[in-house]
Design a protein around this ligand. Structure first.
Ligand code: THU
Length: 160
């Protein structure tokens, strides 16, 4: 029996001011998007902002539903819109932030597994990495240079 050791590397920024200017701007766009979340059931607000190669910024927020599974996360709301409106534009990066009415979240909050899978598909489609910046409401920001770094053993079309 052998063991596989799956490792990943993230970059850690202590606060917003440590981010490069364009990443800071993208994160601030995610704050604005987060204010548009429709989250009456969880009271957990998520914003996502996507930087496209043509300079366009696409944002999204979580949209909940009384039939819970019918709602959608912020990241997928944003990336599906980017994919449908600008199918030929490469996605360079995504910034994600959250806010809860229950408590102040100070830990970087990663995208859920379904969103990671959805974002990974666009990396495969465009054949280039998407940088992911994520944070809580305040505190540190984590950056992954590529989505697949935070989705080890990702499922892709090569298995089909
Ligand atoms: N949510 C997101 O928008 N993104 C994630 O990656 C995790 C969870 C949303 C879904 C739901 O509206 C609320 O946060 C609580 O799970």
């Amino acid at each position: 029996m052998k063991e596989l050791n799956l490792q990943t590397k993230l970059q850690v920024f202590e606060n917003l001011n440590e981010l490069p200017t364009d990443a800071k701007k993208l994160m601030e766009e995610s704050f604005k998007a987060r204010d548009n979340a429709y989250a009456p059931y969880s009271n957990f607000f998520v914003g996502a902002a996507i930087q496209l190669e043509n300079g366009e910024i696409i944002t999204g927020s979580n949209q909940e539903n009384a039939a819970y599974p019918s709602g959608l996360c912020a990241e997928r709301t944003a990336i599906f819109y980017a994919g449908s409106k600008f199918p030929k534009q490469k996605i360079l990066s995504m910034a994600i932030s959250v806010k809860s009415l229950q408590k102040e979240i100070t830990e970087p909050t990663p995208p859920c597994g379904s969103c990671r899978q959805a974002i990974a598909e666009y990396e495969y489609k465009q054949k280039s990495p998407i940088a992911i910046y994520f944070m809580g409401e305040s505190g540190k920001i984590y950056k992954s240079n590529s989505l697949v770094n935070i989705l080890p053993l990702a499922f892709d079309s090569s298995f089909l």
